[in-house]
Design a protein around this ligand. Structure first.
Ligand code: SF4
Length: 707
């Protein structure tokens, strides 16, 4: 038997199963029965991406199977094997979608099954920054549970997103491994067809970030091969179906590494008998480069732990800024005042704190460097949240003097002590900000009286001073803006123009962040953009900004405005925190955030709205943006500003209320503006929303027509 025979036979077997499953479903429910995956704008994302056709019911699914059959040619050529691999993957998608009929939830924790669009959008920034350097798909059961779990942990320790299919899930459960999206180990399902949920993530990345048009199968395969750093680890024994699925993975550019003595295809189907070498072989095959962070602490340090939750019963100690005095602070100092790598603890260590108790903590990171600027202090400080969350068994929330830190019992038992917080902060600040930090020392204070004293005499006055500086930072008050092209790894023509009053649409890059990034790496993703030649002040259009955008988008984008939703709006890459779109009846805009899964009065969910834009193209009437931009005086300034906001989810409204109300008061003299804005508890359709807005006297109703 040749490799072709095996792929064709596996493909035929899955096709037969799919045909029967669809026929049975039609017999039981009728051809009109609706069918689609939940929480996605793409119905059956893989089939839609390959063919450009959205399947909506069982009858169409049956027709789609006919299209799949046409891919199953049987010449013994590489192209035929790849197409049969793709056909197998599509059949797997059909089998899986049937499980979701009638709103069923076929997967129970820890298995995730289909992942929503919002989860993929969240992966955008960590993938482009390299915090997630790759995506592993582990299939089948390892020779032993120990080996399987060790492999998973090795990827997790490198920040790689791990998805699990089949027997490996039980092995991880057996060994008590923490799993879930928050620790980047996602069990998809036990059936081999569940592998399609990993493929679906890669395919939707191409649609969401890459502006790949549905139906452009060649463009899709090129995109996944060049831009999605995924690979497959398939444990022996392999059967024909797994090999056929593997052919589909290889067609998308994902190498398959297996410990089964089988056919070999250079760089694509790789036999590695030693499971302990799967990790190194996979990284080499996919050419994944890791950011090495060597930190002297007794537990793992990786971005995979960023979302780890430490429950009350699992914590050794908690530092809680809402109950006792705590803070974190960066201060620039003269070089003579800083002793590099000095880590000082003032007060008791964890050993001396009762188990489960709440304690005070303050850590002051003092830095010195010729190019250090006080504006960078808050940029470093905001990174502490991510640094400390990367420690296995540590949870950090909040910032400034409202931090909360939990350290788990396991991490404490592994030898973690407070000086290790200093080690983490020292190592990360020194490596990430090497261009401006020559020396760094960390003071950790746990003595409650000193924490209280320093919080009031040092930290709060410093935070107040910074806030004052931020309020004076306006677009008019600076000479330059910055580009950010970090997301071009996935969205090749997307450029964010970051201004003091308009942060990057991911919400993670403010003007100060971009400025610091530029100082640290002048040839890097954030470049200076001058703003000297104004074309149209109303919409915020500048000749120099247009030139920069054209250059950084490699000519894909000619001109862009900074303040308009309708005229030449800024592009979106796909990882935006929020999206806004015009709601014609109320003459305003609705905003939905990524976390909101319900319906908006526009008649679309966040995912559906989000699918209208992205991929680095301009879509007048829709705009991706960061949460903080909502309260900016520059939000849709050309169309009348924040007074156009008529609806947003309740949670989001609460998050932005304070700032948004202040902006509305300043711009229009309106008190408590957010009380005039609808949410899902008030209206999910335009007519009810209009009634509410009329009753409240919402200003959008009296403004110039938007369209
Ligand atoms: S600022 Fe824009 S380009 Fe930069 S990371 Fe955020 S979304 Fe991507």
């Amino acid at each position: 038997m040749t490799l072709f025979d095996v792929v064709f036979s596996g493909n035929d077997a899955v096709y037969g199963l799919t045909e029967k499953a669809i026929d049975d479903a039609i017999a039981a429910n009728g051809a009109d029965k609706a069918v689609a995956f939940p929480d996605t704008a793409y119905s059956l994302p893989c089939y839609y991406a390959v063919t450009g056709t959205k399947v909506t019911n069982l009858g169409e699914l049956k027709e789609a199977l006919g299209v799949v059959k046409s891919l199953m040619t049987r010449e013994k050529r590489l192209h035929d094997a790849f197409m049969s691999g793709i056909a197998t993957a599509l059949c797997a998608e059909f089998i899986e979608v049937l499980k979701y009929m009638d709103g069923a939830a076929p997967y129970a924790a820890p298995e995730a099954g289909h992942l929503p669009d919002a989860a993929i959008r969240e992966l955008g920034v960590p993938l482009v920054t390299g915090d997630i350097p790759g995506v592993a798909v582990i299939l089948g059961a390892a020779p032993t549970a120990e080996e399987g779990v060790e492999l998973v942990k090795s990827y997790q320790g490198q920040g790689i997103l791990v998805t699990l299919v089949g027997g490996i899930i039980d092995q991880c459960v057996e060994k008590g491994l923490k799993m879930g999206a928050n620790v980047r180990v996602i069990p998809l399902g036990k059936d081999v067809t569940a592998v399609i949920h990993a493929v679906s993530v890669a395919v939707r990345a191409a649609l969401i970030f890459g502006n790949i048009q549905p139906g452009d199968a060649a463009g899709l395969m090129k995109y996944t091969m060049e831009r999605v750093p995924a690979f497959v680890n398939a444990f022996a024994p392999l059967n024909d179906v797994i090999v056929a699925c593997g052919a589909g993975a290889i067609a998308l550019g994902f190498p398959v590494i297996t410990n089964e003595e089988t056919f070999r295809v250079p760089k694509s189907l790789i036999v590695q008998k030693d499971v302990s070498k799967f990790n190194a072989t996979s990284l080499e095959a996919r050419d994944i480069k890791l950011k090495i962070t060597k930190i002297d602490i007794p537990v793992a340090f990786a971005s995979a732990f960023e979302g780890e939750i430490i429950r009350r019963g699992d914590m050794q100690v908690e530092f809680d800024g809402s109950r006792v005095d705590c803070f974190e602070l960066v201060l620039s100092k003269d070089a003579t005042e800083v002793e590099d790598h000095k880590i000082e603890l003032i007060g008791p260590d964890i050993d001396e704190m009762p188990e489960g108790s709440k304690q005070s903590i303050a850590y002051i990171v003092e830095v010195a460097g010729k190019s250090m600027q006080s504006d960078f202090e808050s940029v470093f400080e905001r990174k502490f949240h991510s640094y400390l969350n990367c420690v296995e068994g540590m949870m950090h929330t909040g910032q400034r003097d409202m931090i909360r830190i939990r350290i788990s019992k396991e991490t404490y038992q592994a030898g973690f002590r407070l000086k290790h917080i200093g080690e983490v902060l020292y190592a990360r600040v020194k490596s990430e900000f090497a261009a401006v930090v020559d020396k760094c020392q960390v003071k950790i204070i746990t003595d409650p009286a000193q924490c209280t004293e320093l919080r009031h005499s040092l930290a709060i006055p410093m935070f107040d001073k910074r806030d004052e500086r931020l309020t004076t930072l306006t677009d008019e008050g600076v000479d330059v803006y910055y580009s950010c092209i970090m997301c071009q790894a996935f969205s090749p023509s997307h450029v964010c123009v970051v201004t003091p009053e308009r942060l990057g649409l991911c919400g993670a890059v403010s003007w100060l962040d971009a400025k610091a990034t530029n100082e640290l790496d002048p040839q890097g993703p954030c470049q200076v953009i001058t703003k000297e030649r104004v074309i149209d002040e109303r919409i915020g259009e500048y000749e120099d900004v247009n030139e920069a955008v054209k250059k950084f988008s490699q000519g894909a984008l000619e001109d862009v405005s900074l303040y308009s939703l309708i005229e030449k709006p800024m592009t979106s890459c796909g990882c935006f925190e929020c999206i806004c779109g015009i709601e014609p009846l109320s003459n305003g805009v609705c905003i939905a955030n990524r976390e909101y899964a319900g319906m908006t009065p526009i008649g679309m969910t966040f995912s559906e709205l989000a699918s209208m834009t992205g991929g680095g193209v301009q879509t007048p009437g829709f705009m991706g943006h960061g949460k903080h931009f909502i309260s900016s005086k520059k939000f849709m300034k050309a169309e009348g500003g924040v007074a156009r906001i008529v609806w947003m989810p309740k949670d989001l409204k609460e998050q932005v209320a304070e700032r948004l109300n202040a902006t509305a008061k300043e711009l229009y003299g309106i008190d408590n503006f957010t009380d005039m804005i609808g949410d899902e508890t008030i209206a999910e359709d335009p007519e009810t929303l209009l009634e509410f807005l009329t009753e409240k006297g919402h200003p959008a109703l009296g403004m110039e027509p938007m369209m």
